[in-house]
Design a protein around this ligand. Structure first.
Ligand SMILES: [Zn+2]
Length: 193
């Protein structure tokens, strides 16, 4: 896995480089790192489901990111990146999961819900999660380029917004990061070939 690829649109942090990065620790002061919570098996299990959705994105040539929304241990929404397929710049995994969850609840607020996503949300998704009043977000890989749940900015816990989420970062981050890095590696190879 490589962390220095300039031409990929996300930049993944491995758990080892995370430990070395003081800057990141400072930026993520309100973000709990998953491994510090005693390897919560419930979180890991839902994250694995999100990873399976990410595989679906990969199968259709989209950046492999998957998301699920859970209320009372029940999955009420799921999504994977489909921006290219749907000709929709907003069709990120989290947005699609959020839309499905809200529809299922017949409510524009998705209350008491936890969103699991394999990559730290971007600013657009983080903003939508605030609008949806998601209670907790658990993400896999940290995104050094556009992560908006504490890494480059913190929209999900912003003082100016009227809703703040609990945030847990780095759940199965090496597996989630490897999934995304492998995709970009493969794509670069195809471009060269
Ligand atoms: Zn997004």
């Amino acid at each position: 896995m490589t962390n220095t690829d300039k031409d990929q649109s996300v930049q993944i942090t491995s758990s080892q480089s995370l430990k070395k990065s003081n800057k990141l620790q400072k930026n993520t002061a309100d973000v709990r790192h998953w491994s510090e919570e005693g390897q919560n098996e419930t979180d890991a299990s839902f994250m694995r489901q999100a990873m399976l959705l990410a595989e679906k994105a990969q199968a259709i040539g989209e950046v492999p990111v998957g998301a699920i929304i859970v209320v009372d241990s029940m999955v009420i929404g799921q999504g994977y990146n489909q921006s290219i397929a749907l000709h929709d710049p907003s069709a990120h995994a989290e947005m699609l999961a959020l839309r499905e969850a809200a529809k299922n609840l017949e409510n524009y607020r998705v209350l008491d819900a936890t969103l699991y996503v394999t990559l730290e949300p971007c600013p657009m998704c983080a903003g939508a999660l605030v609008h949806g009043r998601i209670k907790r977000v658990v993400f896999g890989a940290y995104d050094q380029k556009t992560g908006a749940a504490g890494t480059t900015m913190n929209i999900v816990q912003h003082d100016s917004l009227n809703h703040k989420m609990e945030v847990t970062g780095g759940c199965l981050q090496d597996d989630c990061g490897a999934q995304i890095s492998a995709f970009f590696k493969q794509r670069r190879k195809q471009k060269k070939g």
